[in-house]
Design a protein around this ligand. Structure first.
Ligand code: SF4
Length: 492
C-alpha cells in the first residue's frame, strides 16, 4: 500500500489505523460531544478531523480541518457554528503527502431527499472499479477518498427512501467499512457483512436527552458519559430517529471476520471490542507468548506504549520483574523539528529513551506488538545495548506480519515488510537481538479464548499474518498498476 506519512508524527514501523467515526442523535451540544468522542478516538487518525451537525431547522453545518481534534474544535466560535441535536464526526489518518481538505470527512452532499453526510472507517476493495463505472455515467468526483463512492451510488439509486438507497449502495461495494451517516430524519450506522472494522452503540443518560451514540470504540462512549449498549453487528444497519432505533440486516448471514489486529494494537486498551476487553486480551496474549517462547532473563521491558499490556502479561506468566526500561516522550510534535533526513533518522531517539539503571548489566526481554519494517526495532535494540544490557531477547505479541492490509489499515507493501522478506532467524540477526520469537497464530487465537485457529473457518480476519483475504481484492486483481496509480487505496 502507500508509504506512511511523516515518521515524526507516526511510528514508521507500525501499521496505522485509518480513521475513527462518531455520531450522536438527540442531545444538546451534539457537536461538542462529537468533538469529545473524536478526541477519545484520536489514536485512530491524527491528520485531519471533521464534524457535520444538523440543526433544528434541518440545516447542516460543517467544519473540517487538518490536524488534531483539539486543533480544530478547541475554539468556541467553531463550536458555535455547529449547532443542533445531531452530529457525526471523523478522524482521518492520511497516507499520502497531500492531506487535501477535500478528502477530509464527513463528506456531505445535497440529494433530492435533502442533505446527507457520511463518514467511513475502512477501505473499499472495489472502489476503483465502481468509480470508473460511475465516472462513465457522468458522476463528477470531488475527492480521492473511496467514501465518495457511497455518495454517488446513493445519488444514482432508483430506490426512494434513504435507507433503501443506502442498502442499494452497500450491496454494490466490497471491502471493510464501519460508517456513520446523517440525514434530515435520522442518524445511520452500518458495518460491512464480515464486521471487519468496529462500531459500537451507546446511549446517553436521560439527563442528557437519552439519545443514541455510535462510535468506533467504547472509549468514545466513556468520554461522553454514554452507556455501552452493544456492538453493531456485522452486516447490520441501524437507523436512529425520533421514534427510536431500527435495525435491519439486508446482506444475509455470513460468518464474521473481525480484525484481529484491533486486539493486538489498534484499539485503545480501555476499549471493549466485540465483548472482549482489549487490555485484558493484550495481557493474555503476553502470557501466551511467555508460555510459547520463554527465555531466561532478568527483566521484562515493554516497547512503550503499545507493548505495555503484553509485557505485563509476559512478566506475570514468566515470574520475571516488569520494568519500564524504555521511556517514551509523548511530546514529539510537528512544530519544532525540521523533517530533514538526518532528523528523521533520529526519530526513535526523539520518541524513546533508555532507562539506563534498569537495563545496565541485565538480560532483557523486550516485548513489542509487531514488527513491520524492522527499522524501529533495530534502533531500539541498539539503544538498549548501549544502555548496558548484556542480552536482548525480543518477543512480539503478534505473528509475523507477512502481508499488507487492504481493509483500512495502512501497512507497507510486501517488499517492505521484514517478515515477508526474511525468516525469523534472519530478522533476529538484522535487528541485532540474541533471540526473537513471535506468538503463534494458534497461540493468538487461544489468548482470545478460542481453542486455536480453525483453518476452515477462522473467527477473525488475520490476512496480514496468513495472506488469506476474506474479501475480494477486486481493484488489485486486474490491471493492478494502472488502478493503483489512478485510485490510491483510500485512507479512511
Ligand atoms: Fe486487520 Fe490484518 Fe485483517 Fe487488516 S489484514 S483487517 S490489519 S487482521
Amino acid at each position: 500500500m502507500m508509504p506512511n506519512a511523516d515518521p515524526l508524527l507516526h511510528d514508521d514501523d507500525k501499521p496505522h489505523e485509518e480513521c475513527g467515526v462518531f455520531g450522536v442523535w438527540n442531545t444538546t451540544d451534539a457537536s461538542a460531544l462529537t468533538a469529545l468522542g473524536l478526541h477519545a478516538l484520536q489514536h485512530r487518525g491524527q491528520e485531519a478531523a471533521g464534524i457535520v451537525s444538523l440543526d433544528e431547522k434541518g440545516i447542516f453545518h460543517a467544519h473540517k480541518g487538518l490536524g488534531l481534534v483539539g486543533e480544530n474544535f478547541g475554539d468556541a466560535k467553531v463550536m458555535a457554528g455547529l449547532p443542533g441535536r445531531a452530529s457525526i464526526g471523523h478522524n482521518r489518518y492520511a497516507t499520502t503527502g497531500e492531506t487535501a481538505l477535500r478528502n477530509v470527512q464527513p463528506l456531505y452532499a445535497d440529494f433530492e431527499f435533502g442533505g446527507f453526510a457520511v463518514a467511513h472507517n475502512g477501505n473499499l476493495t472495489n472502489a476503483f472499479v465502481l468509480k470508473r463505472a460511475l465516472v462513465r455515467r457522468g458522476c463528477l468526483f470531488q475527492s480521492t477518498t473511496d467514501s465518495e463512492v457511497f455518495v454517488h451510488l446513493i445519488a444514482i439509486s432508483l430506490y426512494t427512501t434513504v435507507l433503501d438507497r443506502l442498502i442499494d449502495a452497500l450491496k454494490q461495494v466490497q471491502g471493510a467499512y464501519s460508517l456513520v451517516a446523517l440525514h434530515n430524519g435520522a442518524l445511520i450506522g452500518a458495518r460491512d457483512p464480515l464486521g471487519v472494522r468496529p462500531l459500537v452503540l451507546g446511549r446517553l443518560p436521560a439527563k442528557m436527552g437519552g439519545g443514541y451514540v455510535l462510535a468506533s470504540e467504547t472509549c468514545a462512549l466513556d468520554i461522553v458519559g454514554a452507556d455501552f449498549q452493544r456492538d453493531i453487528e456485522p452486516g447490520e444497519i441501524v437507523v436512529i430517529d425520533d421514534t427510536g432505533l431500527h435495525s435491519t440486516k439486508p446482506f444475509g448471514k455470513v460468518a464474521s471476520r473481525f480484525c484481529i489486529f484491533e486486539y493486538i494494537y489498534f484499539a485503545r486498551p480501555d476499549s471493549v471490542t466485540e465483548g472482549t476487553p482489549v487490555y485484558a486480551t493484550r495481557k493474555s496474549i503476553g502470557a501466551e507468548l511467555a508460555r510459547e517462547s520463554h527465555v531466561e532473563a532478568d527483566v521484562v521491558v515493554p516497547v512503550p506504549d503499545s507493548g505495555v499490556p503484553a509485557a505485563m502479561g509476559y512478566a506475570s506468566e514468566a515470574g520475571i520483574p516488569f520494568e519500564l526500561g524504555i521511556i517514551r516522550n509523548h511530546y514529539v510534535g510537528r512544530t519544532f523539528i525540521e523533517p530533514t533526513d538526518q532528523i528523521r533518522n533520529l526519530g526513535v531517539k526523539l520518541k524513546h529513551s533508555a532507562n539506563r539503571p534498569i537495563l545496565a548489566g541485565k538480560r532483557v526481554i523486550l516485548v513489542d506488538d509487531s514488527i513491520v519494517r524492522g527499522t524501529t526495532s533495530r534502533k531500539i535494540v541498539e539503544m538498549v545495548r548501549q544502555a548496558g544490557a548484556t542480552e536482548v531477547h525480543m518477543r512480539i505479541s503478534s505473528p509475523p506480519t507477512t502481508h499488507s492490509c487492504y481493509y483500512g489499515i495502512d501497512t507497507p507493501e510486501r517488499s517492505q515488510l521484514m517478515a515477508a522478506q526474511h525468516d525469523v532467524a534472519e530478522m533476529a540477526r538484522i535487528i541485532g537481538v540474541d533471540s526473537l520469537a513471535f506468538i503463534s497464530l494458534d497461540g493468538l487465537y487461544r489468548a482470545l479464548g478460542k481453542e486455536g485457529r480453525d483453518p476452515k473457518k477462522p473467527a477473525y480476519c488475520d490476512a496480514c499474518f496468513t495472506g488469506e483475504y476474506a474479501i475480494p481484492l477486486t481493484d488489485w486483481q486486474a490491471n493492478e498498476e494502472k488502478q493503483l496509480s489512478l485510485l490510491q487505496p483510500a485512507a479512511q
